[in-house]
Structures are given as C-alpha cells and as structure tokens.
Design a protein around this ligand. Structure first.
Ligand SMILES: C[S@@+](CC[C@H](N)C(=O)[O-])C[C@H]1O[C@@H](n2cnc3c(N)ncnc32)[C@H](O)[C@@H]1O
Length: 132
C-alpha cells in the first residue's frame, strides 16, 4: 500500500512502464487523449481572447500526451511537471526532438517556475492534488 496518495501514481507508472503502456488513459481506453478532451481544449484555445501560440505548462503531465499534442499544433516551448519520477522519465523518452522539458516536483510543495516566468497556456488535466 503506498504511504502517500501520490506514491500510488509512481507505483502505477512503474507497472505501466513494465507493460509498455505509454500513457495514463491507455491503461483502460483506446486513445491517449479522448475526442471530448481534445474538443474541450480546442474550444478553449479557439476563443477570441485565447493566445494564438506560446509557452505551455502542464501540471501533472504524466507521460505528457497533451503537451505533445499541443506541440504538434504549434504551441511551445512546453514544460511538464509531475510528482512521479517514472512518468517524467517516460515523458522525456517519448518527447525526444520536441521543444519540451520536464521537471519532477510535488506541486503540493513547490511550484515549478520562478516568479516572473510567463506561460501562455496552463493545462492541468485530470489531476487531483492531494496533500495526503
Ligand atoms: C490522471 S493522471 C493524468 C496525467 C496526464 N495529465 C495525462 O493526461 O496523461 C494524474 C497525474 O497527476 C500527477 N500528480 C498527482 N499528484 C501530484 C502532485 N502532488 N504533484 C505533481 N503531480 C501530481 C500524477 O503523478 C499523474 O501523472
């Protein structure tokens, strides 16, 4: 039994890595990002007040399917942050050649960017941060 809530994520990513499961949703779904999630993000980015392109940060990025998808759409550079070391290692492996960087950090304890660092898009998809 994991001691803290987010140690459960690390255990799960280790299992995924062993079983060649690339991302969280592929554990039990056919797609890395389902169509309704894509439509939700596209709709937000289509609004007249939304940024055209620019720096993206994703909190709780896991293996970063959403960051890679946004990168394909021309957003970036991107920074992904996750508490799981294994997820971050998998994200780096899967994102070679893209303008994406990753940081292993617990968002309940520290925010990953220096004050004054500006992002155009902040994504936080399907993450419940628990203080444990
Ligand atoms: C449901 S998964 C979603 C991952 C990713 N957004 C995706 O769509 O594949 C939730 C993610 O939040 C991360 N997470 C949970 N608590 C966290 C914390 N305190 N700090 C940073 N990341 C955390 C987990 O490790 C996990 O990767």
């Amino acid at each position: 039994m994991p001691k803290k809530p987010y140690e459960g994520h690390e255990t799960e990513y280790q299992r995924m890595r062993k079983n060649n499961i690339r991302s969280w949703d592929l554990r039990d779904k056919p797609e890395e990002i389902d169509e309704s999630t894509k439509r939700f993000i596209e709709d937000a980015l289509d609004q007249p007040w939304a940024a055209e392109k620019g720096k993206v940060i994703e909190l709780g990025c896991g293996t970063a399917p959403m960051l890679r998808w946004l990168s394909e759409k021309g957003f970036g550079p991107g920074l992904g942050v996750d508490v799981s070391k294994t997820a971050i290692a998998m994200a780096r492996e899967q994102s070679k050649g893209l303008n994406l960087t990753f940081k292993n950090a617990d968002l309940c304890k520290t925010l990953p960017a220096k004050a004054g660092y500006v992002f155009t898009v902040l994504l936080c998809g399907f993450v419940v941060l628990s203080l444990g």
